[in-house]
Design a binder for this molecule. Sequence first.
Ligand code: CDV
Length: 305
Amino acid sequence: MGGVQPAESRTSVVGRLLVLLERAASRGCRLVVFPELTLTTFFPRYWLPRLDDADGFYEREMPSPETAPLFDRARELGVGFVLGYAEMTPAGRRFNTVIAVDTDGSIAGYYRKVHLPGHVEERQLAHQHLEKYYFEVGEEGFPVVELAGLKVGLATCNDRRWAETYRVLALQGADLVAIGYNTPVGGVPGMAPEPHRMMEEHLLSVRAGAYQNSLWVLAAGKSGFEDGQRLIGGSCVVTPGGDVVSVAAGDGDELVVGTYDPRVAEPYRAELFNFALHRRPEHYGLIVERTGHGEPVVETLAGRS
Ligand code: CDV
């Protein structure tokens, strides 16, 4: 998707999504992935000292009167979809959320973003990255839902850079992982500012996740400019072999299409990445016991047989 400007209404954004949905249906697509925080501009770039001043960016119900046309049309077309949005719960909790809707219009599941990047406090930057300020960490983990007859793992943006995301989804039998994202070019603390580097790191992440877990990745990002901030784009379809078979060509609203074929994953799952045969979880304990890089576990040779 091209950028969503701060003044753009939900109705206007949904109109753009409907155009893409119609195009997808006419190409025979059964599943469409929309970006993270699709319905608004990527507002974590703004520092608003009063959190309540951001309330207008959040959805309190889904579907809402503004988003209902998307749900209705998708059901009529028999297309499932995944849509990212900012969620405000009835108790006033805030999450960076994804909803997954099946081809018959039923809600298949939700995901609340786990890996929230950025910072909580205002920083002296042209653009902030305040996800830790605007959202709580999702508490329900990474779900796999049934969409268009496939097992679809849900993740969002920064999750795609973490190996654990894909592995936890693959261990639940995911055939593919749907990932919406907003990756600003430059100005993100700790990330290289050059657009080509950012694109390289994005593709490296989704390709590695797909390959190491024998699953497809559908990555859908915003692109072009939003309120003066450039977003990386690069939406793509990645095979279980790690090949990018389809990628966005431009910076505006665009349909990126791939054909899911279960046979691509089969040789990997049968042999090289046959988890049941080759994984050694007894040696992976540190992954869940330790968060930071920590001290090396120094092995002593004494007593080794
Ligand atoms: N919305 C995001 O999660 N964006 C992050 C930041 C760090 C640029 C990303 O990983 O793309």
